[in-house]
Design a protein around this ligand. Structure first.
Ligand SMILES: [Zn+2]
Length: 66
């Protein structure tokens, strides 16, 4: 199976839905990937499997500890 550049997709930020600067392929698999969004300047932990993005941990707006 051959995968060309057309089969790549930009990762969309799960928070603001803007394109990030990271591309994935259909066979890209990431787990616990810290996705940084240049638009909302937030970082969240995601998991990627076959273009499906799952949020593991969303960034906290405010400090939760204490
Ligand atoms: Zn964002």
């Amino acid at each position: 199976m051959k995968i060309g550049f057309d089969d790549m997709e930009w990762i969309l930020c799960p928070i603001c839905k803007n394109k990030t600067r990271i591309k994935i392929r259909e066979d890209t698999r990431l787990s616990n990937f810290p996705l940084y969004c240049p638009k909302c300047k937030q970082e969240c932990l995601i998991e990627i499997n076959k273009f499906k993005i799952t949020i593991i941990k969303e960034p906290d707006a405010k400090t939760q500890s204490r």
